[in-house]
Write a protein that binds this ligand. Structure first.
Ligand code: FNR
Length: 368
């Protein structure tokens, strides 16, 4: 039987259909799935249906400028790549292809600590800014070595993910007995740390076991001082959903915050990411850039998050769809489509520059 031929992608969701044809069921479930009932996963998407746009007319929109800057780095687009693990599950070139795609699009790429290519190979392929995402490992000496390697390789910031002291209960992965195949590994960690991630066990996610072994769940705000002292790179905290934690983040020296519920993969029942955005932006004010991820599938949604105060909007699953569908070209394709759609929305709302994409541009109705 020949594989069905799909027309070229005209929107980000089209890459999802292409990726579906290329990925095995267990990898697909790992990428697509969320925690428990997947209520928060769904809420991330539904929140955007409660946003309406307030267009202004008779504005000169012959040039719509999506260029921006983040922690001192110029970017062609506020659309960036959220950290996601093990890109070689999606494409043989893995994170090197992702870095090439990000460079083509002029986008920020946040590389996961569980990348399946070395930081040095990824950096060699990159032409735009890279940030390194970290989980707080039990073995601090491994964390310290990674931070040093990242700085030496030219990474420009550290992103500490704070919403995963243990892995969310992901029923799809547990039912599939999901484990990372033997040819793929988190190559930036030492091999001994990876053994449990490869051990398939029916009824259990090997990644949940691996996270419990590798990640230190006892870390608190006061530990951040160690990381700050260990590295002079800017520190970004990812996984903040409340004003209280946003204020603590700033108090403890965070240079930026990512509003995120980990794409609905951690705390099921957590607030939709979009519903937390304005609260966090209002808490920290203009001095601390707030990034956003969760459920963004097109430029209108990027626009909505920017209007609610995000400085940058990261894509998780869509980048993996692009990578699975067409490697580096697919990653660039996803980022460029979302950016083109953003520029289109800017034109049709009469806001040709990002500075004009403010709260007057949207109405967000309260969720249930
Ligand atoms: C993730 N995410 C994630 N986050 C993180 O900080 N470190 C990681 O290694 C991973 N790995 C990961 C793998 C996969 C397959 C997915 C789908 C997600 C979460 C990610 O950074 C981001 O928060 C969400 O993916 C954003 O939601 P969308 O864009 O996928 O809806």
């Amino acid at each position: 039987m020949t594989a069905p031929v799909l027309p070229p992608p005209v929107c980000v969701e089209d890459y999802r259909r292409l990726a579906r044809l290329r990925l095995d069921q267990d990898v697909w479930d790992f990428i697509e799935g969320g925690a428990e009932t997947e209520r928060t996963l769904g809420a991330n998407r539904r929140a955007f249906e409660r946003v309406t746009l307030r267009p202004r007319v008779l504005v000169d929109v012959s040039h719509c400028d999506t260029r921006t800057e983040l922690l001192g780095a110029p970017l062609a687009t506020p659309v960036g790549i959220a950290p996601t693990a093990y890109h070689r599950l999606a494409h043989p070139e893995g994170e090197v292809a992702t870095a090439l795609g990000a460079g083509t699009a002029g986008a920020l790429y946040v590389v996961s600590i569980f990348a399946s290519r070395t930081l040095e190979d990824i950096a060699a392929a990159a032409t735009g800014p890279l940030w390194l995402q970290l989980y707080w490992l039990r073995r601090r000496e491994v964390l310290a070595a990674l931070v040093d390697r990242a700085a030496a390789a030219g990474f420009r910031a550290l992103v500490l993910t704070v919403d995963a002291p243990r892995l969310g209960r992901r029923h799809r992965d547990a039912r599939n007995g999901f484990a990372i195949g033997s040819g793929i590994s988190a190559v930036n960690l030492d091999a001994a740390l990876m053994a449990s991630a490869h051990r398939a066990d029916p009824g259990r996610s090997a990644l949940a076991v691996h996270t419990a072994e590798a990640v230190d769940p006892s870390v608190t705000w006061s530990d951040l001082a160690w990381l700050r002292a260990r590295s002079s790179l800017p520190l970004v905290l990812k996984g903040i959903l409340t004003a209280e934690d946003a204020l603590l983040a700033v108090e403890h020296g965070a240079d930026a915050i990512v509003v995120s519920n980990h794409g609905g993969r951690q705390l099921d029942g957590a607030t939709a990411s979009l519903d937390a955005l304005a609260e966090v932006v209002d808490a920290v004010g203009a001095d601390c850039p707030v990034l956003f991820d969760g459920g963004v599938r097109g430029g209108t949604e990027v626009f909505a998050a920017l209007a609610l105060g995000a400085r940058s909007v990261l894509l998780g699953r869509p980048v993996l769809w692009g990578l699975a569908a067409a490697g580096a070209a697919g990653v660039a394709g996803v980022l460029e489509l979302a950016t083109e759609e953003l520029a289109h929305t800017m034109a049709l709302t009469g806001r040709p520059g990002l500075a004009a994409v403010d709260r007057s541009a949207v109405v967000l109705r309260k969720g249930l």
